[in-house]
Write a protein that binds this ligand. Structure first.
Ligand code: HEM
Length: 518
C-alpha cells in the first residue's frame, strides 16, 4: 500500500514526476531573471547556463565573457553562471561609475570568505565592507615608492640566478620555457618580500615553498571549483567546506609566518620587506615612515592590532595575487618582443642608454627612467590582461544611470576586461603589439581608451607598483645581455589554457635565447 496510490511503484513514479516538475519550474524561474528585470541577455542552456563551454574546458572563461561582450552593443547584458544571474557591463562609462563614481554601491567582490574556519581566506581580496576599508587604508603604505626603493636590492638578488640560468641555456644553444622560469623568479621575490624567507627556486625547483605554492595552484578538480565558484556560486565553498587550500599547505604557510615573527621579535631583527611592515602594523597599529624599518616590540598580545592568522592571510594573498600575475606579464612581454625584433632592439637600446647614464648601474632610479619598457609592459597587459574578468557585487539597490534598470542588491557584476581591451573601437589593430599606444600624448580619457589590467578605483590592485617593478627588473635582466626568438609552440598562435581563470598560455612560452650582438 503506497502513500498516494494503492501500490508503491505508482508512488515512486508520482514523486519522481513531482520532483522533476519542481526542478523544471525552479530552473525556468531562475532563467527568467533577466527577462523579468527587462535586461537583454544571452539565452542560457540547462544545466550550466552560459558556462557549458568553460566547464567542459572548450573555452577559457575570459574568452567566453569576451564573446558575450562581442555579441552585443548594449551597455550591459545578462547571462547565467549555471543558475546564477550575472551582469556583464560593456559600457566604459558605466564601468567607471561602478569602479569610482558610485563605488559606495560596489565595495565588495562577493567572493567566498570564512576567516574563522579558513584563516587564509581572510585577506584583502575577499574582505568586505568596513573591515576591508580599514585594512586597505592601513596596508596601502606598504607599497609606497620609498618602501619599494628599499626593497629593490632584493629584486636584483632574486634576479641573479635568473641571469645565470639564461646565460647557461644560451651557451648550450637550448630553448627555455619562460612561463615556468619567470614563475620561479617571482616566487623567489614574493617569498622574500612577503614571507621574509629566501628560496632560490630557479636552482632548487623543489624547494618546500615552491612545492606548497604549486600544490595550492595546480590544476585539479578542487582548485578548479575554488576558482570558478567565484563566477558560478560563491556560497558552494561554505556548503562543501572547501577551504582556500589543503590543510598541509595552510599549516606550512601559517607556521612559516609564526617562525618569522617569533625570530624577528625575539632577536630584534629587522629586514626591508613587506613582512617587516606588517609586523610594524601589528605592533603599533601603523606602518612606520619610509626609512624606519625598526621593530617596535609590544609584548602584550592583546594590544596587537593584527593576529598571526591575519598576517598570514595577507602574506598568502601577496603570494597568490603577486607571483603568477607578474611572471605571466613578463613571459607574455618577452614573447611579443621575440615576435617583434625591432621593438626588442629598441628596448635593449634603451636599457644600454640609461645604464650608461647611471655609470653602468641598475639602480631603482635607472629602472624608473626606462619609459619605452613601461609602454611595452602596458601594451602587454592591454593585449593579455592576466585577470581577464573583474567582478563586483551590488551592495544596495542601484538605479543604472541613463536606463530604467534598477539593479537589485546582491547582483553579481562582471567586467569583460579582455573583450574591452581588444575592441578595435578603442584599440585599432588590437592584435598588433604597439607600445606607442601608451606614449603620454596618445593616452585618451577612460571612456575612449578603457584600460584596467589592475582594476580601477579604491578596490584596484594594491600591489601595482611592486607588480610592475618586478616585471620590469626581470625583463631588464633577461634582455640586457641576451636576445629572444620564437621556437616550438610560440611559432604558431598562442593557445590559452581553459583550466585556469588567469590568462595563461596552455603550453607555456618557449623561446630560443642567443647572446646579444650589440
Ligand atoms: C602584473 C602584476 C599584477 C597584476 C596584473 C595584478 C592584477 C590585479 C587585479 C586585476 C586585481 C583586482 C582589482 C579590481 O578588482 O579592481 C588585483 C587585486 C589585488 N592585487 Fe594585484 N596584480 C598584480 C600584482 C600584485 C602584487 C605584486 C601584489 C602584492 C604583493 C598584488 C596584490 C593584490 C591584492 C592584495 C589585491 C586585492 C586588493 C583589494 O581588494 O583591496 N597584486 N590585482
Amino acid at each position: 500500500m503506497g502513500l498516494l496510490f494503492s501500490d508503491t511503484s505508482s508512488d515512486i513514479i508520482a514523486f519522481l514526476l513531482i520532483g522533476f516538475l519542481a526542478a523544471y519550474f525552479y530552473v525556468k524561474q531562475a532563467y527568467s531573471y533577466w527577462k523579468r528585470m527587462g535586461v537583454k541577455y544571452v539565452e542560457p542552456t540547462f544545466p550550466f547556463g552560459n558556462f557549458g563551454p568553460t566547464i567542459f574546458q572548450k573555452r577559457v572563461s575570459g574568452e567566453l565573457i569576451a564573446d558575450v561582450y562581442n555579441s552585443s552593443n548594449e551597455p550591459f547584458i545578462g547571462m547565467f553562471g549555471v543558475l546564477r544571474p550575472l551582469l556583464v557591463v560593456r559600457d566604459p562609462k558605466l564601468v567607471r561609475s561602478i569602479f569610482i563614481k558610485d563605488f559606495q554601491y560596489f565595495v565588495d567582490r562577493g567572493v567566498y570568505i570564512d576567516a574563522k574556519n579558513d584563516p587564509l581566506s581572510g585577506h584583502l581580496f575577499s574582505m568586505t565592507g568596513e573591515a576591508w576599508k580599514n585594512l586597505r587604508v592601513k596596508m596601502s603604505p606598504l607599497f609606497t615608492s620609498g618602501k619599494l626603493k628599499a626593497m629593490f636590492s632584493t629584486l636584483l638578488d632574486c634576479g641573479e640566478p635568473l641571469q645565470k640560468y639564461i646565460s647557461k641555456k644560451a651557451a648550450m644553444n637550448q630553448s627555455v620555457e619562460f612561463r615556468e622560469l619567470a614563475a620561479r623568479y617571482t616566487t623567489d621575490i614574493i617569498a622574500s618580500v612577503g614571507f621574509g624567507i629566501d628560496v632560490n627556486t630557479i636552482d632548487n625547483p623543489d624547494a618546500e615553498f615552491r612545492r606548497y605554492g604549486r600544490k595550492a595552484l595546480e590544476i585539479n578538480f578542487k582548485n578548479g571549483l575554488r576558482v570558478f565558484s567565484i563566477l558560478i556560486y560563491p556560497k558552494i565553498r561554505k556548503l562543501l567546506t572547501l577551504k582556500s587550500v589543503d590543510d598541509d599547505v595552510e599549516r606550512f604557510m601559517i607556521n612559516m609566518v609564526r617562525e618569522t615573527l617569533t625570530y624577528r621579535e625575539k632577536n630584534n631583527v629587522s629586514r626591508k620587506d613587506l613582512m617587516q611592515l606588517m609586523i610594524q602594523l601589528r605592533n603599533i597599529g601603523k606602518v612606520q615612515n619610509d626609512g624606519d624599518w625598526d621593530t617596535k616590540i609590544v609584548g602584550d598580545e592583546t594590544k596587537k592590532t593584527l593576529t598571526l592568522n591575519e598576517i598570514a592571510a595577507q602574506a598568502w594573498v601577496f603570494f597568490i595575487a603577486g607571483f603568477e600575475t607578474s611572471s605571466s606579464t613578463l613571459s607574455f612581454c618577452l614573447y611579443e618582443l621575440a615576435k617583434n625584433a625591432d621593438i626588442q632592439k629598441k628596448v635593449q637600446n634603451e636599457i644600454d642608454e640609461i645604464k650608461k647614464q647611471h655609470n653602468g648601474q641598475l639602480s631603482y632610479d635607472a629602472v624608473s627612467e626606462m619609459k619605452y619598457l613601461d609602454w611595452c609592459i602596458d601594451e602587454t597587459l592591454r593585449k593579455y590582461p592576466i585577470v581577464p574578468i573583474l567582478n563586483r557585487e551590488c551592495g544596495q539597490t542601484y538605479k543604472v544611470p541613463g536606463s530604467n534598470y534598477v539593479m537589485e542588491k546582491g547582483t553579481a557584476i562582471l567586467i569583460p576586461v579582455l573583450g574591452i581591451q581588444r575592441d578595435p573601437k578603442y584599440y585599432p589593430k588590437p592584435d598588433e603589439f604597439i607600445p606607442e599606444r601608451f606614449k603620454p600624448e596618445n593616452i585618451k580619457p577612460f571612456e575612449d581608451m578603457p584600460y584596467m589590467p589592475f582594476g580601477d578605483g579604491p578596490r584596484n590592485c594594491i600591489g601595482i607598483r611592486l607588480g610592475k617593478l618586478q616585471t620590469k627588473v626581470g625583463l631588464i635582466l633577461s634582455l640586457q645581455n641576451h636576445s629572444y626568438h620564437l621556437t616550438g609552440n610560440t611559432l604558431g598562435e598562442l593557445k590559452m589554457s581553459p583550466n585556469t581563470f588567469a590568462l595563461t598560455p596552455e603550453d607555456g612560452i618557449n623561446l630560443k635565447i642567443t647572446p646579444r650582438s650589440i
